[in-house]
Design a protein around this ligand. Structure first.
Ligand code: HEM
Length: 359
């Protein structure tokens, strides 16, 4: 696990921007991150060291069990963190069920294909941590750590995650959700523009798209490349096989995102792009577009470089508009804000009554 001991120790992080320079590797499964990564005020590498030192090991141990049965769940958890962070920041808002204020983010079109099991896994992790430490670790931090462990346990890099996110009190509307998650039919120029609004540059964009080295897609997400006419960029055999899986672009079937190594977090996604076997327009166009083509090639020939840049980009993404300090709350149940949580409110009233009796 990427404990802080594996990296430069940072205990008093309270400035707006600090610079982490990692100077050594502890073992071969960890990278030497010779990178500068800015950390936002309020997050730190040692946030739960005193209040819940076992949080990270509880998550890793449980996810190892989950993935032993079904490694596919790793992809669902990685995507969940991305969908959390891009819409209203990494505040766990995607986890919230709908409420009187309207339908939740989960009901917006890009989130309909998030795995139901991913939400259950986060709830289960939160219950395990809460049992051990009480209500101190946020659902948004658990989601970020689960994404990191999904990458690592699928064969990718192990990397530290700055912690201290708080959970949001609101969720975004359907319109806001749609506006923040670009569709897979976008070309590279549109994807770059969408990610630039979140201060993610071309290298970040190509690295994050490498998340498509694991997981599945439904026909509807790439049907535009097969019907009514086939995208001329697509490899012929690849297209033929996809048409067999998806006889129409509304067929409710799935296929793997990375044909070379569908369950392994590696750099084969970029090799696919160079062979015109990228699944989405938003993937394949990264190799056609002049501003991103060379980055694709660099990652295809150098997996270590991809892992380094992925860590940097994930660390940036994982800090988008985070709530810290006294903002938001620590949810007692990841799918319900505390003010809507009857069981939680009843327990707070009981505790208050006990304290009153003691006086
Ligand atoms: C850059 C823009 C992105 C677009 C347009 C995009 C689009 C999509 C789409 C359409 C799917 C398939 C949904 C379905 O049909 O079931 C998908 C799956 C997935 N995406 Fe992305 N994505 C993007 C970025 C990312 C990022 C940044 C990550 C993580 C770092 C990521 C990780 C995943 C994973 C792991 C899956 C598979 C999920 C599963 O198997 O349940 N994506 N993406």
């Amino acid at each position: 696990m990427a404990t802080k001991n594996s990296y430069i120790h940072l205990s008093s992080i309270n400035v707006v921007v600090i610079v982490v320079v990692v100077i050594s590797c502890v073992n071969v499964s960890q990278l030497c991150y010779a990178q500068d990564v800015p950390i936002v005020k309020g997050l730190s590498w040692s946030f739960y060291d005193k209040s819940c030192p076992d949080a990270e090991s509880i998550i890793r141990k449980q996810l190892k069990n989950v993935f032993k049965d079904d490694i596919g769940q790793a992809a669902g958890l990685l995507r969940l963190h991305f969908h959390d962070c891009f819409v209203q920041g990494c505040d766990g808002s995607v986890l919230l069920d709908g409420s009187a204020s309207g339908p939740s983010e989960q009901g917006a079109p890009p989130n309909l294909s998030l795995r139901a099991r991913a939400f259950e896994i986060i709830d289960d992790l939160q219950a395990r941590i809460q049992k051990k430490c009480g209500q101190v670790v946020s659902c948004s931090d658990i989601t970020a750590l689960a994404a990191r462990d999904s990458v690592f346990l699928s064969g990718g890099p192990d990397y530290p995650v700055p912690l201290g996110r708080r959970d949001g009190l609101t969720f975004a509307t359907r319109e806001v959700t749609l506006a923040n998650l670009p569709p897979s039919t976008s070309n590279a120029s549109a994807i770059l523009a969408a990610l630039a609004t979140k201060n993610l540059d071309a290298t970040d964009t190509v690295a994050l798209s490498g998340g498509h080295t694991i997981g599945l897609s439904h026909c509807a997400s790439f049907g535009n490349r097969l019907y009514p006419t086939q995208d001329p960029v697509m490899d012929q055999t690849f297209a033929k096989n996809l048409k067999a899986i998806c006889p129409t672009n509304t067929t409710n079937a799935t296929t793997v995102l990375d044909i070379r190594s569908p369950n392994v977090f590696d750099n084969k996604y970029y090799v696919n792009l160079m062979n015109r076997q990228g699944l989405f327009t938003s993937d394949q166009d990264l190799y056609s577009y002049s501003k991103t083509k060379n980055i694709v090639i660099d990652f295809a020939v150098n997996q270590t470089l991809f892992f380094e840049k992925f860590f940097v980009a994930m660390t940036k993404m994982g800090q988008l508009s985070v709530l810290t300090g006294s903002q938001g709350e620590i949810r007692a149940n990841c799918s319900v804000r505390n003010s809507d949580n009857k069981a939680y409110l009843a327990s707070v009233v009981d505790e208050d009554a006990e304290r009153f009796e003691e006086l």
